[in-house]
Ligand binder design. Structure first.
Ligand code: M6R
Length: 364
């Protein structure tokens, strides 16, 4: 089943152009997102949605954090994203018109499922799930479902499930935004970015060899710091989770603006700093954060699009295609997956089955 690949994780990373294309298949026609893909009565539901509560765990939670930026930016609808194990033990205030949205690859994660069951007793507008397993418990308990079509994910470290979740969430964010009056130009541009994604991902996968070589510099490291801003902060969080999960290197992610508030004290030549950035309105801010890192002797690795790379003082700059505000967090995720994969392989860990972890966390 592995074919030409040494591990399921690598195979699943390389399946992403197809998994993303499958997740988009039949969901866009004539440059528009088909509202019925969210279920019957979705038109009314989108119009009535006045807030969104996103609940998930692990990687799926990171997808939710990215979606929070999109939903507020594009639709102007207030949105929170929260881990299920916290949500289920507090008393959230649910305002009228709030949509409850769970995200789960397996559809069986105990905390997410428990949160969903609790939500049934709360005055939500509706319960929607983004999920990869059609016959799962979370799908059965949700009124509205948007399936990711990643196919089976065997590697414990989530890769194609994450990027297809982002695609599903982008479809939802754009459809909601349209219902709330997003202008033609931004809407069509967002849809086009999604349509171009499979090609852009295939392009980024060609960086495999370059990243494999870069990974050698991490073999002996004990710590790493990931930085991003905006939608790239959760991308940095996902990069850090991937690295710690499979290579056992301690990794943390920070919103770059927080550096001065503590983590800058950790930066020296033994703490590699990995920054991910598209060319967006936060780029100048991020660049000055990165200069602070360099000024303290930090070794910086930057994954940026070519318009940003110019004049960037870093040990290594990996160039990504410019893909637009919706596609960028998906594109930037790919090199971080490859990085943790190659670091783990070179450290000799069990990539597909990391110690102490299970693919599906069905107990609390
Ligand atoms: O199946 P789910 O998406 O609900 O799983 C949630 C987390 O357990 C999962 O994303 C976990 O964090 C991954 N192993 C990360 O790679």
């Amino acid at each position: 089943e592995l074919g030409e690949y040494a591990h399921y994780m690598l195979k699943e990373i390389h399946e992403q152009p197809v998994a993303v294309a499958d997740t988009l298949e039949g969901r866009i026609a004539g440059g528009k997102i088909l509202t019925q893909i969210f279920g019957v009565d979705a038109e009314r539901l989108l119009a009535d949605t006045q807030a969104v509560h996103i609940i998930a765990c692990g990687t799926s939670y990171h997808a939710g954090l990215v979606a929070r930026y999109w939903i507020e930016q594009l639709a102007g609808v207030p949105c929170t994203a929260e881990i299920a194990s916290e949500y289920r033990y507090r008393d959230p205030v649910v305002r009228e018109g709030t949509l409850f949205l769970t995200i789960s690859q397996s559809g069986e994660t105990a905390d997410t499922l428990a949160a969903l069951k609790l939500a049934k007793e709360r005055p939500y507008l509706a319960r929607m799930a983004v999920c990869n397993v059609p016959e799962s418990s979370i799908v059965r308990e949700s009124a509205l479902v948007l399936m990711t079509r990643a196919g089976p994910e065997i590697g414990v470290a989530s890769t194609k499930a994450f990027t297809t979740q982002l695609v599903a969430l982008a479809l939802f964010s754009l459809a909601l935004a349209r219902a709330k009056g997003l202008d033609d130009e931004r809407y069509s541009d967002g849809v086009r970015q999604l349509e171009r994604l499979p090609g852009h991902i295939a392009e980024v996968l060609k960086l495999d060899e370059e990243i494999k070589e870069l990974a050698e510099q991490f073999i002996g490291k004990h710590h790493a710091l990931f930085l991003g801003r905006g939608t790239h902060w959760p991308v940095a969080m996902e990069g850090a989770l991937k690295l710690k999960e499979i290579s056992y290197i301690h990794a943390e992610a920070y919103a770059a603006g927080e550096l001065k508030h503590g983590p800058l004290a950790l930066v020296d030549e033994d703490m590699p700093v990995i920054a991910v950035a598209p060319n967006d309105r936060l780029i100048d801010k991020l660049k000055s954060n990165l200069e602070e890192v360099r000024a303290r002797g930090g070794v910086l690795y930057a994954f940026v699009d070519e318009t940003v790379a110019h004049g960037l003082d870093a040990a290594r700059v990996v160039i990504l295609p410019a893909s637009g505000e919706i596609a960028a967090p998906i594109i930037s995720t790919i090199p971080l997956q490859l990085l943790s994969y190659h670091v783990a392989v070179q450290r000799g860990t069990d990539v597909d089955q990391p110690r102490n972890l299970a693919k599906s966390v069905t107990v609390e």
